[in-house]
Design a protein around this ligand. Sequence first.
Ligand code: ATP
Ligand code: MG
Ligand code: MG
Ligand code: MG
Length: 477
Amino acid sequence: SQRIKIKALLESGRTSGDILVKGWVRAFRQNRFIALNDGSTNSNLQIVVDFENTDPALLKRITFGAAVSITGTLAPSLGQGQSVEVIATQIEVLGDCNPDEFPLQPKKQSLEFLRENAHLRFRTNTFGAIFRVRNTLSFAVHQFFQEKGFVYLHTPIITQSDAEGAGEAFHVTNFDFEKIPRTDTGEVDYKQDFFGRSTNLTVSGQLEGELGAMALSDIYTFGPTFRAENSNTTRHLAEFWMIEPEMAFYDLNDNANLAEELLKYVINYALDKNKEDLEFLNQRLQEEEKQKPQNERAELSLLEKLQFCLDNEFERLTYTEAIEILRNSTPNKKKKFVYPVEGWGTDLQSEHERYLVEKHFKKPVILTDYPKEIKSFYMRQNDDGKTVAAMDILFPGIGEIIGGSQREERLDKLETRMDEIGIPKDELWWYLDTRRFGACPHAGFGLGFERLVLFVTGMGNIRDVIPFPRFPKNAEF
Ligand code: ATP
Ligand code: MG
Ligand code: MG
Ligand code: MG
């Protein structure tokens, strides 16, 4: 017979017949019961071994972590929490796993330990659940945009533009470092580089995405993004995935509506499709919370938090209104929040964002109309001359999850702003052309995919929600 995965088997409701299953041993109790896991679900399948009629040499090889193939007969299970088990008729060990050498142990292991053994962490229930949820969220993002008729546009990984000029880009070159060509004046001669110019890994697909939106109306990119920032935080990676929709004929309000709808759609989708995994993560978090003193515990469980996010409208207010709230707020000394903020014109620190979301409004917040000095050149200038049509979406426990804006479609305003900030117009001639030929109001945003996964899984560190995290001094596999 053909191999069936455990999830499909459990969902089929079958309790009789012959079966072939393959997976890894999670436990082998009393030489009799194998708990088999194949990664399709956290539920282990119980395999009943006839130990009296099984070669003792084979029994010895059934150890935690070993890969096995089991042929057997399905039977209703009397055990708790499982409807079916397999009475094994044939057991084959496909890959031995020496318990004296295998770094993982059957008991729960700390996240710190698993981060150090990141190549094996996929084999734990926690990471199995996280990566299945991540998979679902990624699918849901595509489904959301596809249902709305957006075109998935692949923007380049290697690019000339570093979008904001923030100096966080990784350079791409095929120069031999020992023999970098120089011009007569001693500068690096990028004309001799592979692309005949200086290039870097993309920090955002937005500018290129705008070209697509100016013809296809609604596009989105969903791809890897690279920033050589000092990402030694629990919210930053050097390589992360970003979802960047760009829509023609949208204003800031339409933009915020779409973002809120997207977030709710994908969270709801995961709650539905990954119920079991989210219940597992919920449980895990509850146990963690119990270790904390009463007054530091989260008010809502993970599942309650997700549901709450679906059931409530995000709070919308301007940056200026937020500053007023922060000015009038009482500092919470215990949490070491820093108030008042320095004043109008400065960017909010994450403690300010978290105060607004977690203490003041107690729900997701959409902050709009930031001072133009702290935002990018391409954001549309408001009539007050001081602010731009920007929006940041702030989530509890996360801080900024989305950054977006209505774009400046007026050529004169855009060029003036670029001059003011010192962004070279000649390098972005192709971008400026969209403003010359059939420009229209448009808007878009960037959703950090790992921050979304962080929120939905309730994990605390962004390095735990991407299969292969990239951060300073870490890029081995
Ligand atoms: P932050 O203020 O948190 O550094 P940002 O304002 O620099 O973020 P944007 O340029 O607005 O980030 O990028 C859009 C989104 O991409 C952010 O809202 C966030 O969700 C995500 N993001 C940005 N930088 C990172 C990073 N280094 N690692 C993971 N996600 C990131
Ligand atoms: Mg940043
Ligand atoms: Mg920011
Ligand atoms: Mg931002």
